[in-house]
Ligand binder design. Structure first.
Ligand SMILES: Cc1cc2nc3c(=O)[nH]c(=O)nc-3n(C[C@H](O)[C@H](O)[C@H](O)COP(=O)(O)OP(=O)(O)OC[C@H]3O[C@@H](n4cnc5c(N)ncnc54)[C@H](O)[C@@H]3O)c2cc1C
Length: 598
């Protein structure tokens, strides 16, 4: 059975030593995140994930969720009790505004908790994860009255939230939504339609579930311009805040699926359910995007989380399992065979996993910091700069983070050989659970197009230009340091490939938009390599300084330097190959007629 120990030392290193929250002008909320508070949150959430959630991961996967004849849905054994502990510890309140009962702490801390919980039990983590997204949308767009009615209980964890976009005929293309919202005399709307694949759609963890539902009013344009957002509670809420009658919303079925069995993925039927408009009519997509942007970062973190959990178990197995001998002669002559970890090909997979997970953790937490700075930094210029970076990096964290997260889970399963394919050993669950993150919240191909089609061009390329400069400046500054110069040179070169690919799109995508579509996925991966490269440079610099200052934890910092070197040597060359792929354009890709396939 796999085990999981939250990587708390690494998270503390990134937050306290690399990002150094106190060096960002102390925006509101940061004063409460001193290094000792950060340490306490990181350690306690790690303990909760490791001791409460991880033991329920395999049993939850095996049992799954159950829809009963009366339509009610229950989660697997132990989930209700674990969620009660989550609620009591206040893990859902960390970053929420104080006026609704939150602790208003920096997002980096919530991102750490999200990672640990998702590593330990992704299916569980999705219940509060979707609630966070719903809270963000209500905070940004709902009327004060709706906010007062729903937010305090969603933030405290008494109620949960969901996100209802998908319908059988409508996935990526939300313009195809058919769910109807008919205005009523009392100002509410009557919502009718069927939503599918709704994560956490019904369950027994909370007293109420607050569904955010996309629907069209009768006279709305039949396109994305006609979508409105509604809040539709499972149980209607009385004026005094108490729970009233059940609303006309029900779970029609639970989907049978590849992984995350313990998260109830539901078909949701709305049969004239009472809903309240969030924001303005026909402006629902803008409101939903607020929820989706936060959720996309969260899903990227899930890619990292599955990779981390699989990596821990891949590494443990590679140390224990004895097969064959080291290429250089017996490493352990007293035994009949050496452990797998002496094999360079096994090391390749482990080092890939280590370089990705630690780099991705730093990138996700850096993005969390930018989220806070985009709202709370002192100057408008800083807020704008941070907002640009969040917008640019979100599809990279979601797309690159989950593509690589899945690849790492597969590699770690590979280290277990045939035993990795056997259910009771638990490695195949990581692969199954990691797979969904590449699909939902906008499939990764769609993320790549968001990056290339929207984010590069936005504001005349302001965000990508700022990113290029950030990387170039830091590489230039580190080239003077003997220990870091080679690494900085390689990352600068990868940044050069990203610039060249950007230029190629500028010259070739206007005339033929398929050139952008054909190269977008490769571009997203170059951007991922450069972004992780920037993080590895910063971590290497911090580690080198700590060693120079006689840090006690020498092995930790030395491993950082070695892993940074591995990243620079083994990840950055991909940037050149991917750039050449982009420059091949769309011609051969798009040449065959549709009936030539299959
Ligand atoms: C387990 C699970 C949980 C989910 N949870 C939720 C939830 O809580 N709420 C919710 O509303 N939905 C949820 N979904 C739905 C999910 O977000 C959609 O499945 C996803 O957005 C893709 O839509 P689709 O499945 O209809 O695929 P389609 O839109 O039919 O796309 C199929 C494939 O075509 C490609 N593609 C499509 N359009 C484009 C394009 N414009 N550019 C490039 N490539 C494209 C992509 O590779 C995509 O994977 C969930 C799905 C699953 C399986």
């Amino acid at each position: 059975m796999p085990s999981y120990t939250a990587p708390t030392r690494d998270a503390r290193f990134i937050i306290n030593e690399v990002l150094r929250l106190e060096s960002h002008g102390n925006p509101p909320g940061f004063e409460g995140a001193s290094p000792d508070i950060v340490d306490a949150v990181v350690e306690e959430s790690g303990k909760f994930a490791g001791e409460v959630l991880a033991p329920l991961n395999a049993s939850g996967d095996a049992e799954g969720c159950t829809r009963h004849p009366d339509g009610s849905v229950t989660t697997p054994k132990g989930f209700k009790e674990a969620f009660a502990q989550f609620r009591e510890a206040g893990w859902g309140t960390l970053t929420a505004p104080a006026e609704f009962g939150g602790q208003a702490m920096p997002h980096v801390l919530a991102f750490v908790v999200e990672e640990f919980m998702s590593s330990a039990n992704q299916a569980f983590a999705m219940y509060p994860g979707l609630t966070n997204g719903a809270v963000s949308a209500l905070l940004a767009k709902a009327s004060p009255e709706l906010q007062q009615r729903y937010l305090p209980k969603m933030i405290s964890g008494e109620w949960l939230g969901t996100m209802n976009l998908t319908e059988p005929q409508c996935g990526t293309d939300l313009g195809l939504i058919r769910t109807k919202a008919v205005p009523q005399a009392d100002g509410t709307y009557s919502i009718t339609g069927t939503k599918i694949f709704i994560s956490s759609g019904d369950n027994d963890l909370a007293d109420n579930i607050i569904h955010l539902v996309l629907a069209k009013t009768p006279d709305a344009p039949d396109s994305t311009k006609g979508i409105s957002l509604f809040v539709v509670p499972k149980v209607l809420v009385n004026a005094d805040g108490s729970l009233g009658a059940y609303n006309a919303v029900s779970c029609g079925a639970i989907e049978h699926k590849m992984g995350i069995h313990a998260n109830a993925t539901c078909v949701m039927n709305y049969d004239g359910a009472t809903g309240w408009l969030v924001g303005e009519e026909n402006r629902g997509l803008a409101a939903m995007f607020i929820m989706m942007n936060g959720a996309r970062l969260g899903v990227g973190i899930r890619g990292l989380a599955q990779a981390e959990a699989a990596y821990q178990n891949g590494a443990a197995y590679a140390r224990e399992r004895r097969q064959g001998r080291a290429l250089t002669g017996a490493a352990d002559p007293a035994e009949k065979a050496d452990p797998l970890i002496v094999q360079p090909d096994v090391r390749r997979m482990l080092m890939d996993a280590k370089a990705f997970t630690e780099g991705m953790r730093a990138l996700a937490l850096w993005a969390g910091l930018q989220v806070d700075l985009s709202h709370k930094a002192e100057s408008e210029e800083e807020r704008q700069g941070a907002d640009d970076l969040v917008g640019l990096i979100t599809p990279v964290i979601k797309g690159y983070g989950t593509d690589k997260g899945f690849a790492v889970a597969v590699d770690m399963q590979q280290i277990w050989g045939g035993h990795g394919y056997i259910v009771e050993n638990g490695m195949e669950q990581f692969v199954r659970d990691a797979r969904i993150a590449m699909i939902y919240e906008g499939a990764n191909g769609v993320q790549a197009m968001d990056l290339v089609g929207r984010k590069l061009a936005a504001n005349m390329g302001r965000a990508i230009q700022a990113f290029f400069k950030l990387v170039d400046d830091e590489c230039a500054a580190m080239k003077g340091d003997e220990k870091l110069a080679d690494m900085a040179g390689r990352i600068e070169k990868a940044n050069g490939e990203l610039k060249a690919a950007t230029m190629w799109f500028m010259q070739n995508a206007m005339a033929n938009p398929n050139n952008a579509g054909a190269g977008a996925h490769s571009y997203m991966h170059i951007a991922g390599v450069v972004a992780l490269g920037l993080m590895w440079l910063r971590m290497a610099k911090t580690a080198a300084e700590a060693l120079a200052n006689g840090a006690e934890d020498k092995a930790f910092y030395e491993a950082k330097l070695t892993t940074a070197r591995y990243f620079a040597e083994c990840f950055t060359p991909d940037a050149g190959a991917l750039r050449r792929k982009i420059e091949g354009g769309a011609e051969a890709m798009m040449a065959l007629p549709a009936d030539a396939f299959g």
